[in-house]
Design a binder for this molecule. Sequence first.
Ligand code: ES4
Ligand code: ZN
Length: 325
Amino acid sequence: SPTREFVTGLPKAELHLHLEGTLEPDLKLELARRNGVELAQSTVEEVQASYVFDSLASFLAVYYPAMDVLVTEQDFYDLATAYLRRAAADGVTHVEMFFDPQAHTSRGVPFADVVNGYHRAAVDGAALGVDAHLILCFLRDFSAESAAETLEASVPFADKILGVGLDSDERENPPSKFGAVFARARELGYRLTMHCDIDQVGSIENIRQVLEDIGVDRIDHGTNVVEDPALVEVVRERGLGLTCCPVSNSFVTDDMKATEIAQLLRAGVKVTVNSDDPAYFGGYVAENYVALVEKAGLTSEEVVTLAKNSFEASWVSDADRARFL
Ligand code: ES4
Ligand code: ZN
């Protein structure tokens, strides 16, 4: 059975990672001190103990308030740099990182400070051996108008942004709510992805929408596509990547979805393994591979396929890929 050393030694791309989800307790405390932000916790243990949840809603209720400590351009730089160091140690050589500008602009932080801090860290990632890029995510529980304003605010920074995504609470916020915003994003030259991960009867409709109406270039999570063999065939035939996050799944749904992930992998779907919000769910990318290996009984060959898929599902050119592989 493939070991943790085997997993770490394989070059990997990480394609589903929320920068705000990499806020470790020690950095949270340091930023709070630096910015004079009052926290209810004063030790790493207390912050750790506050990171408790058993659903997406209870997770998001901890996640958004924690972001109050992120204020300056330097804070965003420091957060992303800490993640890039950790990712490099796990064997990540390419990363496409989500960030949530509305979670910051809605608190009065300038859009430019968020993008510039994160982008400066991405550029400096090269010195750590990581080719790093940014994906702007819209918050789906905010209005389509707010997403449209955020998209227009991104235009002067378009050379620093690879694509756009959609995250936060999926219930009652289907892909169709953002159809016009994503059509405009495509016109602007952005790649498109969306989270599709609700674990309820009827949620297959959201997968149908991203495939048939939005025309995404990738799907984040998306494991419930297994419910509809015809849609599985669409995903397989188009070579669309699914960015799965087993450890995260075990917190916000009822399990890791290891059976579904392995089934899709074995059906030839471009499944990838990622960490989502590692500071909160307690596992960076290598840990996610190991957890899936143990749960689904994957072979070394299957682990190599997952790592290969991560580059094939990425949005870099072949030339860039060759430099970092
Ligand atoms: C997220 Cl686990 C999860 N689901 C939806 N949106 C998110 N943003 C950050 N983590
Ligand atoms: Zn996510």
